[in-house]
Write a protein that binds this ligand. Sequence first.
Ligand SMILES: Nc1ncnc2c1ncn2[C@@H]1O[C@H](COP(=O)(O)OP(=O)(O)OP(=O)(O)O)[C@@H](O)[C@H]1O
Ligand SMILES: [Mg+2]
Length: 407
Amino acid sequence: MNNVTGKAVVSEDYLKSRLYLVDELRDFARKTSVVIEAPRRFGKTSVIKEFKRQEEAKSEEEREFNVLFLELEGEETLHAFCFKLFKELLSLYHVRRQFDKITDLLGNAWNAFALRIPKLKIPEFEVELREKTRDMDFTAWKEKLTPLIDGLNSFDMRTVIAFDEFPDMLLNFKNRAREQKDFTTLVDRLTAWLRALRQNQTGGSKYQFVFCGSVNMRKTLEEIGLGKRMNDIESLIIPNMKAEDAELLINSLMKEYALEIAPEGVSFMVSKITNGSPYYGQILFKALRDSRERMLSLEMLKARYDEMLRGGNHDLNHYHTRLKKYLGSVERDCSEIILKHLCFEPLHEKKLFDNHVSELCGYEVFQSVVNRLVYEGYIMRDIANNGALTFVAPLLKDWWSYKVGVR
Ligand SMILES: Nc1ncnc2c1ncn2[C@@H]1O[C@H](COP(=O)(O)OP(=O)(O)OP(=O)(O)O)[C@@H](O)[C@H]1O
Ligand SMILES: [Mg+2]
């Protein structure tokens, strides 16, 4: 297992004790569309990518799914979304040798183009496709896309269309819209269409959608009155790491890099990353690799740990960068107060607000910041402690404590 910090992981790099999540996704995808829910860096993209990899590694007879993966974070318009989906669908028809279908489905005006698709190289294909679709509005797009998606019903295999960072794309729409109502209309039209596609399937469930993104998708839709659009979709929750996961992660990495860490050192690491995502374990391990020591006692390990957190030269920094980028100034102040107080002890929302935040902003703003911090992967509501807010894992708390001078 390689030490990967940041990119989605697949195959040997995927923590074995979490492979069951891929099986759960596969089970869901046989019957229903799914939203993968988890904070940032918990491994959402990895679940989809590992699912795709596993399916593609199977023999043609064993294979059950075609998986289309659409990364949407940078997509700013509905047109761009439709273009990406169209391109992926055409490639799927191409790969599955379903050409005659394309010509039928797209209509006469597209015949000449459809016939040439197999001969086109990808860059040429994209240029031509862009040219041909440049002036299409959403109604025109739906006319082209709907039959291609319906047509998946006639494929031997099931199809999964995965939309990674879907809510981020919706936020991009929001930032570009002139008015809130333009944004709402756009999301309304898109989600109504996707829902109709899910529900109009005749003859079983041959295709499903998987939505995924670190911002809470259900909340995003609820806020604009479209919460019901998702009520036919199941959730796949990616849980925090248990101590056993954390231990397996550290041991697998130690083996791969031939590092010897004293058993108390391993326990120390496990205690710092348990309840977090595997990402924290990967970051911590990377700091040890960077120190280039082969054997680490508990004392050395603690020293490296402190050095990593104090030095600030580690991948946790992007957590802070994101707060600065996405929160307005009052919200940012509010987030810093929340995080600072949680460095001392877990706190219940109401108490935290009454004692430390109420002079800065109203309860609604406070709550939205709490939710954002949850989805950014900083804090969680601890069910074992009556839902008190607490840092996701000690590693993050220690880092933040150094940062704000609490430690
Ligand atoms: N199953 C896993 N096994 C090992 N490492 C993992 C696993 N899942 C996540 N990670 C670690 O977390 C990092 C982020 O994974 P991934 O990109 O899949 O998460 P994500 O939830 O999609 O993140 P984002 O919210 O940024 O989109 C990986 O680079 C790796 O360090
Ligand atoms: Mg991701």
